[in-house]
Design a binder for this molecule. Structure first.
Ligand code: NAD
Length: 257
């Protein structure tokens, strides 16, 4: 079965991995709903560009994934949600005793709790239409840990656990729920970590990338947003109909170490 004509809602998709997933989806004929918390002309222009490039319906809906009501409204305003990609995420790096409580709360809300709300709001429609795919963008940090990322690691382990529960609750419906666990992808989230790491280790940018970040990835290469989009499309395909409640790592071997 082709995915053409399905509708995908991708949270946090005005940049990085979410935008990459939206573009790969649109290339496959899927109508896409882009999202972030901002409501700028350029956000709506992104959706218009995707619509004209790939000949699908595309719209941008501003909704703040740190707010329960916004998460649920996003699904209602989308009109249809056959494929839900919970991708919105933020990061903050600090030792646990210095970790700001506000940052902890924001990371748990955006990286974990938002997926609870969007999933709860999307499932009734998926059941009505007898088809659904839920893909949660977790992380290698959903399977392993690094120092100074307490909230992020907790949220990503949490979303892997929630994915398994959703899979069990939908096991006898034509609905699957899985998590994708990327290693490092050179997006704005990773770019933001480079200056601090350069300062901390007294290294230049290239050395931070090679000896700190890619030291975690045996392939010594960043994963790409196109590879992540392709992985999500695979999880939405018919041959993945019996893949549910699990994780797929796209991490160049990080979690094999
Ligand atoms: P990014 O900063 O480019 O994208 C994050 C997206 O989330 C943006 O579109 C941003 O606008 C959106 N967002 C942030 N706060 C939001 C809010 N309150 N409401 C709605 N949207 C919000 O970073 P990215 O690397 O593309 O991250 C996307 C996802 O991939 C995140 O969940 C991240 O944890 C995960 N991830 C990234 C990497 C990596 O190396 N880049 C690795 C593993 C997992």
């Amino acid at each position: 079965m082709s995915l053409a004509g399905k509708t995908a809602v991708i949270t946090g998709s005005n940049s990085g991995i979410g935008l990459g997933i939206a573009r790969e989806m649109a290339k496959a004929g899927v109508n896409v709903v882009l999202n972030s918390f901002s409501d700028r002309a350029e956000d709506h222009a992104l959706a218009a560009e995707i619509a004209s490039e790939f000949g699908v319906d595309a719209k941008y809906i501003a909704a703040d994934m740190s707010k329960a009501d916004d998460c649920r409204r996003l699904i209602v305003d989308a009109g249809r949600c056959d494929i839900l990609v919970n991708n919105a995420g933020i990061q903050h790096v600090a030792p646990i005793e210095d970790f700001p409580t506000g940052k902890w709360d924001a990371i748990i809300a955006i990286n974990l709790t938002s997926a609870f709300h969007t999933t709860a709001a999307a499932l009734p429609g998926m059941r009505t239409h007898s088809w659904g795919r839920i893909v949660n963008i977790a992380s290698a940090h959903g399977l392993t840990a690094s120092p100074y990322k307490s909230a992020y690691v907790a949220a990503k382990h949490g979303i892997v656990g929630m994915t398994k529960v959703v899979a069990l609750e939908t096991a006898q419906d034509p609905i699957t729920a899985n998590a994708v666990c990327p290693g490092y992808v050179l997006t704005s989230m990773v770019e933001a970590q480079i200056p601090e790491t350069m300062k901390e280790y007294g290294m230049d940018r290239e050395t931070v990338i090679k000896d700190v970040m890619l030291a975690r990835q045996p392939s010594k290469e960043f994963a790409t947003v196109e590879q992540l989009g392709g992985t999500v499309i695979f999880l939405c395909s018919d041959c993945a109909a019996q893949i549910t409640g699990t994780t797929i790592s796209v991490d160049g071997g990080w979690t094999a170490l």
